[in-house]
Ligand binder design. Structure first.
Ligand SMILES: O=C(O)CCC(=O)C(=O)O
Ligand SMILES: [Fe+2]
Length: 344
């Protein structure tokens, strides 16, 4: 059966792998060099508390990424949420194009990631992303798309569940660092910046020539990601600089450390590079729920984690300063937290 063409929200011709999407050879994903022998830990949230804290701590130090199972979020809700995102991207392009903007101050928007490349203006990534705020208890439905009609209700319900999960994860991560349960949550402030990115990757005729999402680290503190169950795409860089695939696992979430926890933990926990590659045969969806400080929060290494043997790796900053640096590096393979490193 012929597959219906995908039109980008800002385009009126069917998506095709034109010059605009093709990356220079040195940044293309080399499938044959992606290791399949290593993978990130799968952590069962039903494990005994002390074991759980240790396993999460080890994963945060070694990979900055892990899977969680028995997370308590109803499977049916996850399935419906993924379907709602997929339905959103299947709306005719004119139904999404009014949300398309490069203005990052708009809370609800659709955009494409891109990379700036020498001799070529921008290379657009093979994906489209829906951005909006989320909140576990406040009503944020006004910031959500009206279409598809069930999106508002589902996203609100899903946010409530993720809110609880984030709280639990932040507590476990704090304990892993030897801190009080609520330490990281308090540090990140009582008005965290909560943003959701729903990424849609249409099938890609030549995934080896482009990327769905460029290599990046998450700028926030913590990310809970749900990905399509039957398509691969997410890849993570290990300490040794090797790409590994994070293949989907049924009824599991991927959790990863963002830059702010790397800074708060004084470099103990790692916010690592990851990217998404396209798939030739199937569309793929991922929903990243980000938890970060608000712009006025001061972030720096937690005092208890700094001593003579562990001098501060980063200087403190207002998160707004970090965001400004992040925007300054737009379109590049960003190195934002490195700008805040102290020289010893
Ligand atoms: O699609 C994915 O698996 C990765 C998404 C991601 O890294 C992000 O949205 O920050
Ligand atoms: Fe990410």
């Amino acid at each position: 059966m012929e597959r219906a063409s995908f039109f980008l929200a800002n385009g009126c011709t069917p998506l095709s792998l034109s010059h605009d999407f093709i990356l220079p050879a040195d940044v293309r994903p080399v499938t044959s060099s992606v290791s399949t022998s290593i993978t990130v830990p799968v952590i069962d949230l039903n494990d005994k508390q002390s074991l759980l804290v240790k396993k999460i701590s080890d994963a945060c130090q070694e990979y900055g990424f892990f899977h969680i199972i028995n997370h308590g979020v109803p499977e049916e809700l996850c399935r419906r949420m993924m379907a709602a995102v997929s339905d959103f991207f299947k709306l005719p392009p004119e139904e999404r194009s009014h949300l398309f903007t490069e203005d990052k101050t708009k809370p609800l928007r659709v955009f494409n990631f891109y990379l700036k490349v020498e001799g070529q203006n921008k290379v657009t990534m093979w994906s489209e992303t829906l951005v909006h705020p989320w909140h576990a208890s406040d009503d944020f439905a006004n910031f959500l798309p009206r279409n598809p009609p069930h999106y508002r209700e589902l996203a609100s319900e899903y946010a409530k569940e993720i809110g609880w999960l984030m709280r639990r994860l932040l507590s476990l991560i704090s304990q892993g660092l030897g801190l009080k349960k609520d330490s990281l949550r308090v540090r990140l402030g009582d008005k965290p910046r909560l943003v959701s990115h729903a990424n849609y990757y249409p099938p890609c005729p030549q995934p080896e020539l482009t990327l769905g999402l460029p290599a990046h680290t998450d700028l926030n503190a913590l990310t809970v990601l749900m990905q399509s169950e039957d398509v691969t795409g997410l890849q993570v860089m290990t300490k040794d600089g090797e790409w590994i695939a994070i293949n989907p696992l049924r009824n599991a979430f991927v959790v990863n450390i963002g830059d702010q926890i790397q800074v708060l933990s004084n470099g103990r926990y790692k916010s690592v590079h990851h990217r998404a590659v396209g798939s030739k045969c199937s569309e793929r969806v991922s929903i990243a729920m980000f938890y970060g400080p608000n712009k006025d929060t001061v972030v720096g290494p937690v005092e208890e984690l700094v001593d003579e043997d562990h001098p501060p790796v980063y200087r403190s900053y207002r998160y707004e300063e970090f965001l400004e640096e992040f925007h300054r590096q737009e379109g590049t393979r960003r190195r934002v937290k490195e700008v805040f490193e102290l020289q010893h």
